[in-house]
Design a binder for this molecule. Structure first.
Ligand SMILES: [Zn+2]
Ligand SMILES: [Zn+2]
Ligand SMILES: [Zn+2]
Ligand SMILES: [Zn+2]
Ligand SMILES: [Zn+2]
Ligand SMILES: [Zn+2]
Length: 434
């Protein structure tokens, strides 16, 4: 920042050569004339002073400070006097500031603007700031100008640090009240939410174990609830079969039995879509989960389940929940095929129920006609080849169930033998096999 300007080569007849240091002298002294005038004021101050190379003479006033450094003295000159011939060998001056601090400028001072404020840059302002006026918060060296000093994301107080958490990624600032310090690293701070995520504690009251399981519940925008639970208190909604990890649920979201059908489909599709390697369930698997939550009619109606999944896909597409959206699109072909297969099994099931009605009429001469009239198909599940037969789920009016089963299950045993397959009764709330 300093320059050594050669004001004049030393005069051949000069006795003393000096360097004039004006770096702390803000009054402009440009040009030979201004320099000569200044020197005429300074020179008398040197009279009667001993002259030695390397000696410094300092003038100080409210306006600033000037230093004269003696760089050469000829052998005869011991003391400066009115007839001593001085020559200014060099002048040291504050160079013109390449970058000026805008805040200093406004106060009539000059400061070197080493920093740029990103917000000013974004707003097209060329302002820079000096080290004193740059606002640098803890957690990142990103400077801002005083005008753009960030305020707390949580409460709009003046911010003092950048959150190092997963969501804020040192680009969201917070105040002292919202600071959560890293347990070991004093240079790392978090906002409350990021802290909870980085150091989860089980949500169960009174439990302080590490919360390794997060609640997977999705809001309509596709964000997870995230409340942590330890392995002992984690709740799992086993929607992907018992051998796979189910949907994690916190206390607040654990009431899955009262959910609407569309909510169930969304939670299952959303979580399957977020998980690496999790296949979308089949329509039958959706049906199983719907039945467990009390949607018995819909559970058997794969055509309607498929239609609801189509509507869900449209909602996802309009809100752009991408991982689940893609997973739903990939599964669409499978679901369409399952609907077609299902139509086939429903027809087979109706044939089997018609056959069963005839058997009941034939074997139970007292109640057979009444039972046969009330008997309906719930679901037919063909056995996987090479096995034959399968499970025929039926519904029988409640007051006739006992008659249909017979003493010690004697009647239903006969029906099973005649029909050549398992017969299962679906009752009002859940499935029972007898
Ligand atoms: Zn400044
Ligand atoms: Zn700024
Ligand atoms: Zn705050
Ligand atoms: Zn944060
Ligand atoms: Zn716990
Ligand atoms: Zn939750």
């Amino acid at each position: 920042m300093t320059t050594a300007q050669s004001a004049s080569a030393h005069f051949p007849d000069s006795q003393v050569d000096v360097v004039l240091d004006l770096r702390q002298w803000p009054t402009p002294t440009d040009g030979q004339e201004a320099l000569v005038t200044l020197w005429q004021q300074l020179e008398p101050g040197l009279y009667a002073k001993p002259l030695a190379a390397g000696a410094l003479h300092v003038w100080e006033s409210d306006a600033g400070r000037i230093t004269v450094e003696i760089v050469r003295v000829d052998a005869q000159s011991r003391w400066a006097a009115e007839d001593t011939r001085f020559a200014i060998a060099a002048v040291r001056q504050q160079s013109a500031l390449v970058y000026r601090c805008a805040t200093c400028d406004r106060a009539g001072r000059s400061g070197y603007g080493s920093f740029r404020c990103r917000s000013c840059g974004d707003a097209g302002r060329p302002d820079r700031m000096c080290v004193d006026h740059a606002v640098v918060l803890d957690g990142s060296l990103l400077p801002s100008c005083p005008d753009h000093r960030p305020s707390c994301r949580g409460c709009s107080r003046t911010a003092v640090f950048w959150c190092a958490g997963r969501d804020c990624r040192t680009s969201v600032a917070w105040c002292e009240q919202h600071r959560k310090r890293h347990p070991q690293d004093p240079d790392t701070d978090y906002c409350p939410d990021c802290y909870r995520r980085a150091f989860p504690v089980c949500e169960e009251p009174g439990c302080s174990a590490v919360g390794t399981a997060e609640c997977d519940w999705l809001d309509t925008a596709g964000h997870t609830c995230g409340r942590p639970a330890c392995t002992r208190h984690a709740r799992r909604w086993q929607v992907f079969g018992y051998e796979r990890v189910g949907i994690g649920l916190c206390r607040a979201h654990s009431q899955v039995r009262s959910l609407s059908a569309d909510e169930i489909l969304w939670q299952i599709c959303g979580t399957a879509g977020r998980r690496q390697g999790q296949r979308m369930p089949s329509l039958a698997a959706f049906g199983h989960n719907l039945r467990n939550a009390g949607h018995r009619e819909l559970a058997l109606d794969h055509h309607s389940i498929r239609a609801r999944l189509t509507a869900l896909h449209a909602r996802m597409r309009s809100s752009g929940t991408s991982p689940a959206l893609r997973a739903v699109e990939r599964a669409a072909g499978d679901w369409d095929r399952q609907v077609k297969e299902r139509i086939g099994t429903v027809e087979q099931g109706e044939v089997l129920v018609a056959r069963l009605r005839a058997i009941v009429r034939e074997l139970d001469y007292r109640f057979g006609a009444e039972i046969a009239d009330g008997l309906t198909l719930a679901e037919y599940k063909p056995a996987r080849p090479p096995a034959s037969g399968g499970d025929l789920w039926i519904r029988v009016p409640e007051h006739l169930t006992g008659k249909f089963i017979g003493p010690q299950g004697s009647r239903i045993k006969e029906y099973k033998a005649r029909l050549g397959m398992e017969i299962k009764l679906e009752d009002g709330r859940r499935r029972t096999s007898r």
